[in-house]
Design a protein around this ligand. Structure first.
Ligand code: 6PG
Length: 220
């Protein structure tokens, strides 16, 4: 097992522990995961953990406004890599609707999320090379709104990204009981070091989560 796989297994164990602990005293637990390429080995490790998965809801920190069949759909990633094995009986709650735009879909997604067991047991965040996390992008016009609103989700249009997106708001992400940043590679370590060295959240939105507290799972 290489270092990244080892890290993914350690994270899966920590998440499983958190879910078991919460499920010991609550009927349902909510896990919020991120998309992208980093989480795949983590999803695969977590899917094999023995848990009362039937009492677990899984949703996303953010999503591209694409059909679930699209290759860059985070929902597809979660269904293929996390909702298998032991975890196949978990309930997945997607962030997209049949609407044409995320602006049209936010109200329905917000209602869908309202029925879940907030605060989430854990939020697993990723980070892009520009310091974005979830779909809180430094170049998006909706960033100030996503950082300040008490609404659960925000539609996001970002010049650097090909698709419109929907993201949980910073407020909703903050409300989780536990926060993890899962990143790999030297570039992301440098970006995280830069984030830790300053305060401007608009410039590096991951800064919004540095004081959650945030557990950092990093491998070279
Ligand atoms: C997504 C998430 C994003 C992701 C980072 C890191 O892509 O769905 O919006 O926040 O976590 O971009 O992505 P990688 O893991 O692919 O580097």
């Amino acid at each position: 097992m290489n270092t990244r796989e080892h890290l993914a297994h350690q994270l899966a164990e920590a998440v499983a522990e958190a879910l078991r602990s919460d499920l010991a005293h609550q009927e349902r637990a909510l896990l919020v995961v991120s998309g992208g390429s980093t989480p795949v080995p983590f999803f695969q490790a977590l899917a094999n953990k023995a848990l009362p998965w039937a009492r677990v809801d899984v949703t996303l920190a953010d999503e591209r406004w694409v059909a679930e069949s699209a290759s860059d759909s985070n929902a597809r990633l979660v269904r293929e890599h996390l909702l298998t094995g032991e975890a196949a009986v978990a309930t997945f709650v997607p962030l997209t609707t049949g609407d044409e735009t995320p602006e049209q879909g936010t109200a329905v997604v917000g209602e869908r999320l309202a029925s879940l067991a907030w605060p989430a047991s854990m939020v697993i965040l990723g980070m892009g090379g520009d310091g974005h996390t979830a779909s809180l992008f430094p170049d998006s016009q909706e960033l100030p709104l996503a950082l300040s609103t008490e609404e659960p989700v925000v539609a996001v249009r970002t010049p650097s990204q090909p698709q419109a997106r929907i993201t949980l708001s910073a407020d909703r992400l903050h409300q989780a009981k536990r926060h993890v940043l899962h990143i790999n590679g030297e570039d992301k370590r440098s970006k995280l070091a830069a984030a830790l060295g300053g305060d401007d959240v608009q410039a590096l939105p991951v800064r919004a989560f540095l004081a959650c507290p945030l557990a950092i799972y990093w491998a070279p």
